[in-house]
Design a protein around this ligand. Structure first.
Ligand SMILES: Cc1cc2nc3c(=O)[nH]c(=O)nc-3n(C[C@H](O)[C@H](O)[C@H](O)COP(=O)(O)OP(=O)(O)OC[C@H]3O[C@@H](n4cnc5c(N)ncnc54)[C@H](O)[C@@H]3O)c2cc1C
Length: 417
């Protein structure tokens, strides 16, 4: 067994241990190191920020340019809680920070902000270099297996390593893509210390639906483009978004369905299933659709009629037949109403290990304003392991960086008191 601690190394500064070398942990490390403390970063994997690098594969969307009042509402019912962290390190501050690493950014047409080359690797390379040069030390292949206040136990290639610190930041992520390091194994460790932790659940995810054999065999993998989805809340409030997704053999995947994932998941949790309506002609009013449908030809099949008048065929026609019986299409008015509101029902989220992010984690009630655990003074939490969620669009990383910074500042305050 190896034992590392302040006394053993003879350091005069305070020693802070960060567990988790993702964006949240590294941001905390930077903040604490800048205050002159000795920072030791531990991570289960052989290298840092594996999920961050994966996020960069399809184009690293690091934050969003929309106005702050709209931005903060993306965190749903946790907006007020995260406001404390994000207000002190918002999208503009994050972009300035990125520019400080020598990486340029641009705002896409959607308002999303990306590094100019769309990649995560150059940014990470510059950041790790700066952290190392500032004195942050990295201990990779160290998986935290237990903790007792500020005394942590790691498994390092089968060997037990005990570490003592003056303060600790836990930034071990959620549980999606566990092969990248964040597997949620920290959850029972904290729960048994009296920390209230909400179960980790799929977020920004696809959903399972019961398709007919016909839909499964003929249309699995088909893109569903130029559609709008609407979700109706119990109080009648409606959220509508345009976009596209993919019909899979057992449900739906893709950006448009991900945007509804919190609402659908909450609905499934409460009622075992949850539904959306799909508008296949979002750019046309119902009246315009009726007008086009009145343009009939004698002896034309229904599918040709739909294709000729409204260019509806393929997977859209199949989903229409999936949702309605032919009797529903007797008049142009009735058919137009169906095309503008095709219901689709889902019964389960896609598994947590396949999804972009997780909801759940360390609850707001378990931490103070500086993100220190009430049950474990001197131990702070940051990033996706906290109980918040947000849609894609750069909101996830922004909150990880901002809570990392908040936890880092909290540690510095704690060590100075
Ligand atoms: C495919 C994909 C694409 C994404 N794209 C985007 C995007 O474009 N924009 C965006 O905003 N977000 C995106 N995200 C989400 C974003 O990457 C995460 O929200 C973010 O990385 C979470 O940061 P974190 O620091 O909290 O945790 P993580 O990045 O998960 O880091 C946690 C670290 O803790 C380590 N760890 C875990 N448990 C232990 C343990 N017991 N002991 C030691 N170390 C441990 C892990 O190895 C890991 O290095 C994407 C995610 C995925 C999967």
């Amino acid at each position: 067994m190896t034992v590392i601690g302040k006394e053993e190394t003879g350091q005069k500064q305070k020693t802070v241990v960060i567990v988790g070398a993702g964006p949240a942990g590294l941001m905390a490390a930077e903040e604490i190191c800048a205050a002159g403390h000795q920072v030791q970063v531990y991570d289960a994997k052989p290298s840092a920020c594996r999920k961050f690098l994966l996020a960069g594969v399809g184009g690293m969307n690091i934050t969003h340019s929309e106005a702050y009042p709209d931005f903060i509402q993306r965190y749903y019912d946790k907006a007020d809680w995260l406001d404390t962290s994000i207000r002190q390190f918002d999208a503009d501050a994050l972009q300035d920070w990125i520019h400080g690493l020598g990486v340029e950014t641009f705002v896409g047409t959607s308002g999303r902000v990306f590094p100019k080359d769309m990649k995560a690797a150059p940014l990470l390379r510059h950041w790790l270099k700066r952290l190392r040069e500032s004195g942050v030390e990295f201990h990779m292949r160290h998986k935290m297996t237990s903790m007792k206040k500020n005394h942590l136990t790691f498994d390092h290639n089968g060997e037990t390593v005990e570490v003592q610190a003056d303060a600790v930041v836990l930034a071990m992520g959620g549980a999606s893509w566990p092969k990248l390091g964040s597997d949620g194994a920290w959850l029972p460790i904290l729960a048994e210390k009296g920390v209230t932790v909400a179960p980790l659940q799929s977020a920004n995810c696809g959903f399972y639906s019961h398709w007919s054999e016909h839909l499964q065999t003929k249309f699995a993998g088909s893109p569903l483009k130029d559609v709008a989805f609407s979700f109706v809340f119990a109080n009648g409030h409606v959220v509508t978004k345009k976009g596209e997704c993919i019909v899979t053999k057992d449900g739906m995947e893709g950006s448009l369905i991900y945007a509804f994932s919190k609402y659908l998941r909450d609905g499934i949790n409460a009622h075992t299933h949850s539904s959306l309506t799909m508008d296949f002609l979002p750019l046309q009013s119902e009246e315009q659709v009726v007008k086009k449908l009145r343009n009939t030809k004698p002896k034309e099949s229904f599918s040709k009629y739909l294709k000729r008048t409204l260019n509806i065929g393929g997977v859209k026609a199949a989903l229409l037949h999936e949702a309605f019986s032919k009797e529903a299409f007797q008049t142009p008015e009735a058919l137009a109403a169906c095309l503008k509101a095709v219901p689709v029902s889902f019964y389960k989220t896609k598994p947590i290990d396949e999804v972009i992010s997780t909801a759940g984690g360390v609850c707001e009630s378990s931490v103070d304003a500086r993100l220190m655990l009430n049950a474990l003074p001197g131990v702070f939490c940051a990033g996706e392991m906290l109980d918040w969620e947000a849609p894609t669009g750069g909101y996830l990383l922004t909150a990880c960086f901002a809570t990392g910074k908040m936890a880092g500042r909290g540690v510095c305050e704690f060590l100075n008191t």
